[in-house]
Design a binder for this molecule. Structure first.
Ligand SMILES: Nc1ncnc2c1ncn2[C@@H]1O[C@H](COP(=O)(O)OP(=O)(O)OP(=O)(O)O)[C@@H](O)[C@H]1O
Length: 323
């Protein structure tokens, strides 16, 4: 696993990262979220050995990036969505060969690995085409393959789907989920919070370089009072069905009840209650004619966490003045 303890990074008077304790295990996608300037990229750069921390410790599979940077670089890789990290004049396959050479991977290991990676990111057919002729999505997929060329245990993804069209981003997310299933440890930062919610089992939220909260996306939304609203339309909402819905959760609201059009049963709760609520309704003899789920926004949760921090700081400052 990757582990940081009391990680701090100072740029002159500016503290970009301020005492972060992170754990990024293999086999899952861990999210790192925060508003602009929160310290995400700085943290990732430290883990990637591109920056040295001011204080605190980092261990990557037990290795110290400051003392053993070469060994660490063999076990990690970084993909930053905003940067072009492949060569336009080379073909996809040539790019992967070039980056493989940088890692001193022997040809007989590298050749089949390149073909596997091209297959994984769906570029086998375009492997012999120069990257300048690739679409943005293809280039990004090639960047993912490049990030895997050294078969890293950990992949650091900084905004990997930045600027990509929705279907391409969706394909990339599938690749990322697949990588975690195959045992890679992935650290992901993204402004697309639906992506984080979909991929990350554990999320750290930071603000001004400091830890604000952590947990599953659902736990974070619950902590900040964000709810998911489930609206089930039931044709012929009988008193039995209504009673079953209310017995399922007293917070259930019966919005409308019309014998012909049916009734709407609504429940706002943190977490996913849609399946259990519909089962309770069907179990009582109700027939579903519609299901709508209004997702809470992880963005709201992050903003709320930042607001709380701002309020706490103001209160702290107030106390200091009062003393
Ligand atoms: N090389 C540097 N010199 C001075 N300050 C820096 C440097 N790099 C980052 N910072 C500052 O450190 C803070 C954290 O920056 P960082 O890029 O890590 O944030 P971020 O969370 O990745 O933001 P974004 O979402 O905008 O990419 C910011 O205030 C930034 O201005």
């Amino acid at each position: 696993m990757i582990e940081t303890l009391g990680l701090r990074k100072q740029f002159g008077a500016k503290t970009a990262v301020d005492g972060l304790n992170l754990v990024i295990p293999q086999g899952r996608v861990t999210g790192l979220l925060g508003l602009n300037g929160a310290g995400k990229t700085t943290t990732i750069k430290i883990l990637a050995t591109l920056l040295r921390q001011t204080s605190g410790t980092v261990r990557i599979g037990g290795l110290d990036p400051v003392k053993q940077p070469h060994a660490v670089r063999r076990r990690i890789n970084l993909i930053a969505g905003g940067e072009r990290m492949v060569y336009a004049r080379l073909t996809g396959r040539e790019n992967l060969w070039y980056f493989g050479q940088l890692y001193d991977i022997p040809g007989k290991v590298l050749r089949p690995r390149i073909e596997e990676l091209l297959e994984l990111v769906g570029l086998t057919e375009a492997a012999g085409t120069r990257v300048e002729q690739y679409s943005r999505g293809m280039t990004q997929r090639l960047s993912i393959a490049r990030g895997l060329i050294n078969d890293p245990d950990y992949l650091l993804l900084d905004e990997p789907t930045l600027g990509l069209d929705a279907p391409i981003a969706r394909d990339l997310r599938k690749v990322v989920a697949e990588l975690a299933r195959h045992g890679k440890g992935v650290l992901l930062t993204s402004h697309y919070l639906a992506e984080v919610e979909q991929l990350c089992e554990h999320v750290y939220v930071i603000g001004d370089g400091r830890h604000l909260a952590e947990g599953t996306p659902a736990q974070l939304m619950a902590q900040t009072g964000c709810h998911r609203t489930v609206r089930v339309t039931v044709s012929g909402l009988t008193p039995e069905v209504e009673a079953a819905a209310l017995a399922f959760d007293p917070a259930v609201r019966i919005i409308s009840q019309d014998v012909r059009e049916g009734g709407v049963v609504e429940l706002s709760r943190p977490g996913d209650v849609a399946g259990a609520l519909t089962m309770a309704i069907v179990g009582a003899g109700g027939t579903l004619s519609g299901l709508e789920i209004a997702e809470p926004s992880l963005e709201d949760a992050i903003l709320a966490l930042n607001d709380r921090r701002a309020v706490a700081m103001t209160a702290g400052a107030g106390r200091q003045v009062a003393r």
